[in-house]
Write a protein that binds this ligand. Sequence first.
Ligand SMILES: [Zn+2]
Ligand SMILES: [Zn+2]
Length: 366
Amino acid sequence: MSEKRCFYEVLGLAKEASNDDIRKAYRRAALDSHPDRNPGNAEAERRFKEVSEAYQVLSDDDKRARYDRFGHAGIDGSGMPDFGGADIFSHFQDVFSEFFGMGGAPGGGRQKRRGPARGQDLRVQQRLTLKEAFLGVKREVSLQTPATCETCDGEGAKPGTKRKQCSVCSGSGQVSSHRGFVMFTQTCPECSGQGSVVKTPCDTCRGAGSVQKHRKVVVSFPAGIDGGQRLRVPGQGLPGSQGGPAGDLYVDVELVPDERFQREGADLLTRAKITFADAALGVQTSVALPDDTQVSVDVPPGTQPGDVLTIKGKGVPRVDGRGRGTLHIEVQVEVPTALTARARELLRQLKDELGEPVVEKAAANA
Ligand SMILES: [Zn+2]
Ligand SMILES: [Zn+2]
């Protein structure tokens, strides 16, 4: 090789540079000069090769020590790989996967092999009434999704016809191209990596292998399910390809607001209306639950408007089966508006009566 520039200089580093500095400098320089970004640019290609070589030495503590002592002479002929071909990428695979985001890093052995792939997950939203959530409900959820074409069994080929070898990749499923000295390999765009293509397309799906289908899935919503929760129905997502398993169906639950109840987890708040006489005297009344069953409530004497009564175990069932939450009942006191002459008179008497602290007398009368 002709005379080489100092590796530190190549990466714009001082001799004391840390491993982290080296790595950062290399990433910056390699990204700038990468052949993918500079197609046909011979100078960029030369520079890319240069920074890659510098990085390979400086990122290796042993080689770096030798280089620091002996310069290029310490490195040459010491088992350095040949940088003439695509090999270079296999040494820097990790760095490049970060640059390019995914398995699309050129050259290395990380290509996705063709073969079974799991189907995609699906998500749908379902609105439940409080009653449905309270009791639990089974519901048919309608999905419009691609389903495996039954005519061709997902092959895309007209039954009885064969697939032919893909002419673009000659059946390998991968195509390679040279950019400068670097060889890139990617999944064949013609056959999507399958190595073969449909000769005579299926009439039903026109070769796609899948058709849009209305599908109904019965989803069981357990008693106590709440808005914002998500159910997973295994295997009801999109079908997998080439024998891979289907994805899952996720059902996001939303609750329809309810006029009668406020829900807070497993607890419920509702209201009960009683007369002001009942509020004063106490009364046994009942309130409805979301499933329309009745719960009896003891309203103690002297209950004030807005007082909240609590009954444990009468709220919403907990999804995990650990009993039910608490029912809170806010008492509303109705004040009579349409009064007869007699009622008015009695109220006046009552008012006079209540004006005096004569509890004993009232108790005696009771
Ligand atoms: Zn078909
Ligand atoms: Zn192909």
